[in-house]
Write a new protein. Structure first.
Length: 91
């Protein structure tokens, strides 16, 4: 299984870092590192995340990392990181 980050997800990661860094740079770095590492755990078990049936026939799932939601899609042997955000954001 190979992981690919979409441009939307990379933009989300940057937005999260900028928001947190304004208050505490070390916390921002720690959170971003956690979010970047988390999808690596999906390589061996990609279907561990909750499936979001409203996206069928696509296989879109989500995992929670600390207080952040990461949405991803499984397509064959590829895992696409679609979006991520803090769960308190209005999404």
């Amino acid at each position: 299984m190979e992981i690919k980050w979409t441009q939307h997800a990379l933009n989300d990661l940057s937005r999260i870092h900028e928001f947190l860094a304004a208050v505490n740079e070390s916390v921002a770095a720690r959170i971003v590192q956690s979010l970047v590492r988390a999808p690596n755990g999906l390589i061996l078990n990609p279907r561990i995340g909750e499936q979001l049936f409203q996206f069928e026939p696509r296989e879109v799932r989500r995992i929670l990392v600390e207080r952040y939601e990461i949405r991803y899609e499984i397509q064959g042997n590829m895992l696409f990181i679609l979006r991520l955000w803090h769960t308190r954001e209005d999404r």
